[in-house]
Design a protein around this ligand. Structure first.
Ligand code: AP5
Length: 269
């Protein structure tokens, strides 16, 4: 049974697991939803529980959100950020800003992004490492959206001793994603993400809405194939802290599941 279909719970994830409300943890890297915890996950949580002496857990402060293009990462990050105050770092947004500003990183990234391909690891890794070292991330915690996307990027984080408390993997089948991609619109003033069908913008926003240049069905196919090529490596790198979320439901239902995981996620003191 998926965690996302469980009866609501607000206690620790350990408790949820113990009562059989099993999260899709661990075995997701095998390419299917095993919906069970791994021994590694179990013992990690047991250690955390012991280190906290049974006290109520603190919410995760270092979170990675992973998922296919248009799986809802940015949408959920808006909600998570408002709930937990984490610093939201979207590598897609950072790269688009660099392209617009015409920086060295932007110039290096542009042709890859235009083609729907991943930018080279060396272009993005330093950008992220430097950003995570800023005081606001240290003080407030961070929510890393769209990074790491390759084994090399995950290894670079590990080498820098940057480890997430939790990895949320938003699982949405490819068949749903193209429609989400082509219908996405953005409000450039607020950064808010909309969808023409699933989350229509208010009338005053409509005239200024923008459409990403890589949000075509053709480029989305390239982005999807890149995603699938690297997904296994990312899930394997974070097997012990990954929770799979069923991202096919409405955004508030998805967020309700994420909230439960975040509230219940324990971190070692
Ligand atoms: P990036 O901007 O990160 O694109 P992406 O991963 O393809 O993800 P998206 O932003 O497309 O989707 P999302 O999951 O955030 O979905 P959203 O919430 O907007 O990266 C762009 C490019 O930058 C890459 O192609 C690459 O070139 C480069 N890049 C970035 N990071 C990199 C890295 N680490 N390494 C190398 N290259 C990198 O939702 C999508 C739509 O669906 C919206 O319209 C929304 O309203 C709607 N929606 C959301 N949730 C729901 C729901 N539950 N039900 C119905 N509709 C929903």
């Amino acid at each position: 049974m998926l965690m996302t279909t469980c009866t609501p719970f607000r206690s620790t994830l350990l408790l949820a697991l113990a009562v059989g409300c099993a999260a899709t943890i661990g075995a997701v890297q095998q390419g299917h939803a095993a919906h069970t915890r791994t021994p590694a996950r179990s013992s990690a949580f047991a250690r955390m529980e012991a280190s906290r002496g049974g006290a109520m857990p603190r919410a995760a402060r270092k979170v990675i959100i992973a998922g296919a293009p248009a799986s809802g990462k940015g949408t959920q990050c808006e909600l998570i950020k408002s709930q937990l105050g984490l610093v939201h770092l979207s590598t897609g947004d950072m790269l688009r800003a660099a392209v617009q500003a015409g920086t060295k990183v932007g110039l290096a990234a542009k042709e890859y992004m235009d083609g729907g391909k991943l930018v080279p690891d060396e272009v993005i890794i330093d950008l992220v490492r430097e950003r995570l070292a800023q005081p606001d991330c240290e003080a407030n915690g961070w929510l890393l959206d769209g990074f790491p996307r390759t084994a090399v990027q995950a290894a670079a984080l590990r080498a820098a001793q940057i480890e997430p408390d939790l990895v949320l993997y938003l699982n949405v089948p490819d068949s749903m994603l193209i429609e989400r991609v082509v219908g996405r619109r953005l409000d450039p003033e607020t950064g808010r993400i909309y969808h023409l069908t699933f989350d229509p913008p208010p009338s005053d926003v409509v005239p200024r809405m923008t459409h990403r240049s890589d949000d075509t069905a053709e480029k989305a196919q390239v982005r999807l194939s890149q995603f699938h090529e690297h997904l296994g490596a990312i899930l394997a790198a974070y097997q012990s802290v990954t929770v799979e979320i069923d991202g096919t439901r409405g955004k508030q239902d998805v967020f309700a599941s994420i909230s439960r995981v975040l509230e219940g996620s324990a971190i070692a003191a």
